[in-house]
Write a protein that binds this ligand. Structure first.
Ligand SMILES: Cc1ncc(COP(=O)(O)O)c(C=O)c1O
Length: 457
């Protein structure tokens, strides 16, 4: 008989919140921006792998990775070493004015994951997802000489003025901040669980394409549209996966009218779905090659860096037209190299197969199968969807409507048992753990979820 190793479990030493956590939460409430959200009381002290310990010594399993950022887990030795080595060399010069080898080689490395034969790509580096999105929209307008941008309902693209204009998930991001960017329109996202425009799960992709074509005949001249920006798998809007035919059709539509196709891979990219970029999950269904891609979050295991990648034929903006003081910071670039080492499998992570990308695919498939099984016991789990370690769990009322209250109660019940999680959409819990999560750790997390859901029932 095989003896299984004793699996690590969350270790809760105090009731939640513990006294130190409560004290810091109180100071935080006094002095920090009133805009910050606090879904539950958690104040981290240190982390190791997929575990985070709070200031009271309570150790919890991390199933949200700082919103899909900590790809390699917390304090990964390979990332820590890379950062330490670079910080002793130089911390900043300014990429806008001088090249630095570490960012040049990072760009060379990143484009390899998107280039096709005969098609060269280039990279602009920023600090955050919103900056990458701003850069993408500016480039699309500058390159095409057109102004209109089409985005999707349910999308999230960031909090700067351009990015909130494009964002279509919640009015709270826009209320009181207008006027926003002109010439931006939103179209439905093809959500197979809640098909828009009177369509069905199978026809919702075509329905959205027809809707856009309809707008081109009636409201928006297609030859004034610079870009369509879309998350190939929608993140904040509810971890939604479009039907297989949608992205190839969208690619064809953009080609027909000379519109730039921008894929916002800030949340779903960098290996999370099992391929470097989530759009690559759809390559088996047709041509989905975008013109511009934005990435951030998981790119450097938590160090602030983002990238806007574009085809060389599209990156035509002139010298000096765009830049950033900190963008492409060498310390963050070092962390990005180390993160890519692990994602690509140049440096293997013990217990996670040949690469973290492959681990994400395999452990994600395990979690997905388990969660689908749990839908039998818990009928309020209306939908389980995603790809790799990008998984959404939608809570529904008995008549199938989104149940945000139940989702919030579930999130809290999981937290109280030591499972860090985060909501998204109207009634969804997202599962976006570090990509170093092993199947055993996934099983531990699933067991906690099961116990929490039983409490709700
Ligand atoms: C798809 C997507 N784009 C852009 C952003 C904005 O990124 P940041 O918060 O780094 O500006 C986010 C953040 O959640 C995102 O999910």
């Amino acid at each position: 008989m095989t003896t299984l190793p004793k699996l690590r479990q969350p270790e809760l030493k105090t009731s939640l919140p513990g006294p130190k956590t409560a004290a810091i939460m109180e100071r935080d409430a006094q002095h920090l921006s009133t805009s910050y959200m606090r879904p539950y009381p958690f104040v981290p002290d240190h982390g190791e792998g997929v575990w985070l310990t709070d200031v009271d010594g309570n150790t919890m399993l991390d199933f949200f990775a700082g919103i899909a950022v900590s790809t390699t887990g917390h304090a990964h030795p390979h990332v820590v070493k890379a950062v330490q080595e670079q910080i002793t060399k130089f911390t900043h010069v300014c990429l806008t004015d001088y090249p630095q080898e570490i960012t040049t080689s990072l760009a060379e490395r990143m484009v390899k994951h998107v280039e096709k034969p005969g098609e060269k790509w280039r990279v602009f580096f920023g600090n955050s997802g919103a900056e990458a999105v701003e850069a993408a929209v500016k480039l699309a307008r500058n390159h095409t000489g057109r102004s209109h941008i089409i985005s999707t309902i349910g999308s999230f693209h960031g909090r700067t003025y351009g990015a909130i204009t494009l964002t279509g998930s919640k009015t709270k991001y826009k209320r009181g901040f207008g006027p926003l960017l002109p010439n931006v329109s939103h179209v439905p996202y093809p959500n197979p669980f809640r098909p828009p425009l009177g369509s069905t799960p199978d026809t919702c992709g075509q329905a959205v394409i027809d809707h856009i074509e309809g707008l081109f005949q009636t409201i928006i001249p297609a030859d004034e549209v610079a870009a369509i920006i879309i998350e190939p798998m929608q993140g904040e809007g509810g971890y939604i996966v479009p039907p297989a035919d949608f992205l190839p059709k969208l690619r064809a539509l953009c080609g027909k009218y000379g519109i730039m196709l921008i894929f916002d891979e800030v949340q779903a990219g960098m290996g999370r779905t099992g391929t470097m970029y989530s759009f690559q999950q759809f390559e088996q269904y047709g041509n989905v090659q975008p013109d511009i891609v934005t990435v951030a979050k998981g790119i450097a295991s938590g160090m602030p860096i983002s990238a806007m990648l574009a085809k060389e034929s599209v990156m035509t903006w002139p010298v000096g037209s765009h830049g950033s003081t900190y963008g492409g910071n060498p310390v963050a670039a070092a962390a990005a190299h180390a993160t890519l080492d692990l994602l690509e499998g140049v440096v293997p992570h013990p217990g996670c197969g040949p690469s973290l990308m492959q681990n994400a695919a395999e452990v994600g498939a395990f979690i997905m199968a388990e969660l689908k099984g749990m839908q039998v016991e818990f009928p309020f789990l209306g939908d389980v969807r995603g790809g790799g370690l990008f998984i959404g769990l939608e809570f529904v009322t008995p008549d199938g409507r989104p149940d945000g209250k139940l989702r919030d109660a579930a999130s809290m019940a999981m937290f109280r048992r030591g499972l860090l999680n985060l909501d998204c959409g109207e009634a969804v819990i997202r599962i976006s753990p570090p990509l170093i999560l092993t199947q055993e750790e996934a099983a531990t997390g699933l067991e906690i979820m099961r116990e929490a859901l039983r409490e709700l029932r």
